[in-house]
Design a protein around this ligand. Structure first.
Ligand SMILES: *Cc1c(COP(=O)(O)O)cnc(C)c1O
Length: 488
């Protein structure tokens, strides 16, 4: 049975004169709009607002909300995104008035509690990364990349070293080269070897006095920790360059390895991935960055400092790159990260990573006989399988698998990323999933590979929209409803 409440736009459900509230007739004279505003600023027609009864409005939005998959309703193994469960307690505490009702323009003296939380978060992020300089300002991981590269550029400018190039790995997230280009760097790609690790010979060939930064994600997007990391970082340092660590995969190494210890000079965190900030739908996120001591003078300002028992905002470093965001950053997400880290503590965070890695390895070992995993039998917190053989043998592409798995009540894994794997299916279960959930997911994949390929080609069969035209949807998105004549 079609659920019309959820399949029609609220504008289409509108009927002239329907109301959610009934107000008594106005007993005051109403001046004409033209008496209050210049005529050219007055609308000539009333705004086209849907007219509905209260019950219809409630049903419309409640039904819409059930069309979505979310971490709270479904297993969500979206590789690279770390869709971990967001503890409800953190949501509740972050919405306390002392956090949520602060006015952005309130004076620093009137918010000592918030400043203490932000200061302690800076300290915790520095400890986890092994890098002492912290800025909480950037609004997302990609913004953290941009900010850190601006810090690196300011550092080289100060040293009169006009380095023009940023190296990125071929398995890198697209934001890496994009951030470098936005700061004005030329980008060069360093190749991976067939086992997925950085090709050191290719790195050497591309490394010269013109290289400012090598951006890498370790563990890589392929779910591999590069055991050559010390060699890589010392090669780059010998050439006078800096190492940027894309921290999106920190969930695999919390309390186990510190980027500062393995040679990174700058990094970002994605608290909405690693520290259970909610994410999806474009935000909000946060992208705090950590840097080595000699780069700290270039960080955005203000930063929170402690003097005795007092916390205050420090500004005034003449070498700072300035502000990259209004106020203190995305405080709501930062508070959740603080709560998450405080709740687990050091040993607990280590356990988070151990369980994330264990879960991913368990799933990898359960599915690898049907789904090739080109980069080995072991992984970190995620793995990248390839549907290339399935496609050849049974006509099942990565897209078919991703679409059909929705019918089994699972969110799809990431597909066609990273680009270095043909028909990539990237799975990241996260530490909060039980063995039963992982087993059910593996068994759903087995069933899909057993059933007639047609079922997958036309999947999903159970969702409101099945196979949108992806290309048209992104090239010519229709994001605004325009009434047809006579609709209203
Ligand atoms: C998610 C991600 C980013 C970008 O982070 P945002 O917070 O989405 O801006 C960068 N690199 C990697 C590897 C990622 O997974």
């Amino acid at each position: 049975m079609r659920n019309t409440q959820a399949t029609q736009l609220i504008f289409e459900l509108s009927r002239p004169g329907r109301r959610a509230t009934v107000l008594p007739p106005l007993d005051l004279p109403v001046p004409a709009a033209s008496e209050l505003l210049p005529a050219e600023q007055c609308a000539t027609e009333p705004p086209q607002i849907p007219e509905l009864a209260e019950g219809d409005v409630v049903r419309h939005f409640v039904n819409l909300s059930t069309l979505n998959m979310s971490v709270d309703t479904h297993f969500y193994p979206l590789g690279s995104c770390t869709m971990k469960y967001n503890p409800k307690r953190n949501e509740r505490l972050a919405s306390l008035p002392g956090f949520a009702a602060i006015h952005p323009l309130q004076s620093a003296e009137s918010i000592p509690g918030l400043l203490q939380v932000l200061y302690e978060l800076q300290e915790m992020l520095a400890e986890i990364s092994g890098l002492p300089g912290v800025s909480l300002q950037p609004a997302a991981g990609a913004h953290g990349e941009l900010t850190a590269l601006m810090v690196a550029a300011a550092y080289f400018r100060d040293r009169d070293e006009p380095r023009r190039v940023v190296l990125t790995a071929d398995s890198a997230h697209g934001t890496n080269p994009a951030s470098a280009a936005m700061v004005g760097y030329q980008t060069r790609t360093v190749k991976s070897r067939s086992d997925g690790l950085v090709d050191i010979e290719d790195l050497k060939a591309k490394l010269d006095g013109n290289v400012a930064v090598f951006m890498l994600t370790n563990p890589y997007t392929l779910g591999l920790f590069d055991s050559q990391i010390r060699e890589i970082t010392s090669l780059v340092h010998q050439a006078g360059g800096l190492i940027y660590l894309d921290g999106a995969n920190m969930n695999a190494i919390l309390g186990i390895a510190r980027p500062g210890d393995f040679g990174a000079d700058l990094m970002h965190y994605n608290p909405h991935k690693t520290f259970s900030g909610p994410h999806g739908g474009g935000g909000p996120g946060a992208g705090p960055i950590c840097v080595r001591d000699f780069l700290a003078p270039y960080l955005p300002q203000p930063i929170v400092v402690r003097e005795g028992d007092e916390y205050r905002l420090q500004t005034g470093s003449p070498t700072s790159i300035g502000r990259v965001r209004s106020f203190f950053g995305n405080v709501g997400v930062l508070v959740r990260a603080y709560l998450y880290i405080r709740t687990y503590g050091g040993p607990g965070l280590k356990r988070v990573s151990e369980d994330a890695v264990l879960g991913a390895n368990y799933l990898l070992s359960r599915v690898k006989h049907i789904l090739d995993v080109p980069h080995g039998d072991r992984c970190m917190h995620e793995f990248v399988a390839s549907a290339a053989k399935l496609k050849k043998r049974q006509g099942l592409s990565a897209m078919d698998l991703a679409k059909r798995i929705l019918d089994f009540g699972f969110h799809a894994p990431t597909v066609y990323f990273p680009l270095v794997v043909d028909e990539a299916v990237m799975v990241e279960p996260t530490e909060t999933e039980s063995k039963e959930t992982l087993d059910a997911f593996a068994e759903a994949l087995f069933r899909i590979t057993d059933e007639a390929a047609d079922l997958a080609h036309n999947a999903p069969h159970t969702t409101r929209i099945s196979r949108p035209d992806d290309v048209t949807a992104s090239r010519r998105p229709v994001v605004r409803w325009v009434p047809e004549k006579g609709d209203h």
